[in-house]
Design a protein around this ligand. Structure first.
Ligand code: PEP
Ligand code: MN
Length: 344
């Protein structure tokens, strides 16, 4: 539930409400607005209502949160969450481009890619060092060496790093290199991993499971947030439907639905969402028009030679075209790409 303290509530009254709830075993989040203080309460709802908080001095209103997700819900926090990473802000006016190869394959492949996407206007470099492959016989990633190449690319280009962690035991290692920890679609409901990754204190890019409802996805975000890490970026990457023309069905409904239900930023990955390089640009434009806060795009210097996901990877020149097109759509909906340093 949410407790709204009246405009004239004193510090003492706010503290009294807080201590009563904490004493009873509830988790309390206080947000001080310009005119009012709002207290968010997490715990057994039925019991919370037996505490008669509504009659305590200074309390204006007690509102139940109807959704099963609490910390992630817009009822709980009305202002959109802004996530600051380095000199970038996610969830504000900027539409971010997170681009790079599916997997880090070699030093030259990664550096070539990093310089190309930086030049085109990306603000983050993506690349997997630990890859979640359907077949155990497929390329699994370069592991720590891949992370070292990512660190070098960051140093040389200034791009911030997004990379996936799949194993709770590897969270400290991956978190040393990553500016954003990616949790993949296959692990959306790997609850021990969600908890462990949250504890690293880095922003989390939480991909939607291919069979997950939006509510299940937000409940996964709730696991991260309950560990005290509120820096969660949701990422729609397509769901499995009966349609087989595309690898997945990119559910762009999810963007405005998330914006309505939650205060968290939401991005779109049209590479995995479609599985075809020629669909990436049109669906990127659609995603930005729908209100996405960023795009995750697979780019490879030579997609035909890629060790994973070559068919959905853009050549650097196609990525450049995409950035130009997306910037125009961004402008039409009151957003900018890379602080409007790129455009068309
Ligand atoms: C990826 O982004 O590299 C990836 C494996 O995506 P997903 O988890 O969405 O399949
Ligand atoms: Mn991929």
């Amino acid at each position: 539930m949410i407790i709204i303290m009246g405009g004239k509530a004193s510090m003492k009254e706010i503290k009294a409400v807080q201590s009563k709830l904490v004493q009873e075993g509830f988790t309390v989040h206080i947000s001080k607005g310009v005119t009012r203080t709002i207290i968010g309460v997490i715990g057994d709802r039925t019991r919370a209502f037996t505490l008669s908080i509504d009659v305590m001095p200074g309390v204006e209103k007690v509102i139940p949160i109807l959704n099963p997700f609490k910390l992630a819900s817009r009822e709980f926090k009305q202002d959109s969450t802004l996530i600051e990473i380095g000199d970038q802000v996610i969830g504000g006016k900027d539409v971010h481009l997170i681009a790079g190869p599916c997997a880090v394959e070699s030093r030259t492949q990664l550096l070539e890619c990093a310089f190309a996407v930086k030049e085109a206007g990306a603000t983050f470099l993506r690349g997997g060092a630990f890859k979640p492959r359907t077949s155990p016989y497929s390329f699994q990633g370069l592991a720590e060496v891949g992370l070292e190449y990512m660190a070098e690319a960051k140093e040389k280009t200034g791009l911030l790093i997004v990379t996936e962690v799949m194993d709770p035991r590897l969270v400290p290692l991956v978190a040393r290199y990553a500016d954003i920890l990616q949790l993949g679609a296959r692990n959306m409901q790997n609850f021990p991993l969600l908890r462990e990754a949250a504890k690293a204190g880095k922003p989390i890019l939480l991909k939607r499971g291919s069979g997950a409802t939006i509510e299940e996805w937000l409940m996964a975000a709730e696991y991260v947030m309950l560990e005290g890490n509120h820096q969660v970026i949701l990422c729609e990457r397509g769901i499995r439907t009966f349609e087989i023309q595309t690898r997945n069905t990119l559910d762009l409904n999810a963007v405005p639905v998330i914006k309505r239900l939650s205060h968290l930023p939401v991005m779109v990955d049209p590479s995995h969402g479609t599985g075809n390089w020629w669909l990436v640009s049109p669906m990127s434009r659609a995603a930005v028009a729908a209100g996405a806060d960023g795009l995750l795009i697979e780019v490879h210097p030579s997609p035909g030679d890629a060790l994973s996901d070559g068919q959905q990877s853009l050549k650097p020149e196609n990525f450049q075209d995409l950035v130009r097109e997306v910037s125009q759509v961004a402008r039409a909906v009151g957003r900018v790409v890379n602080g409007a340093r790129v455009g068309g």
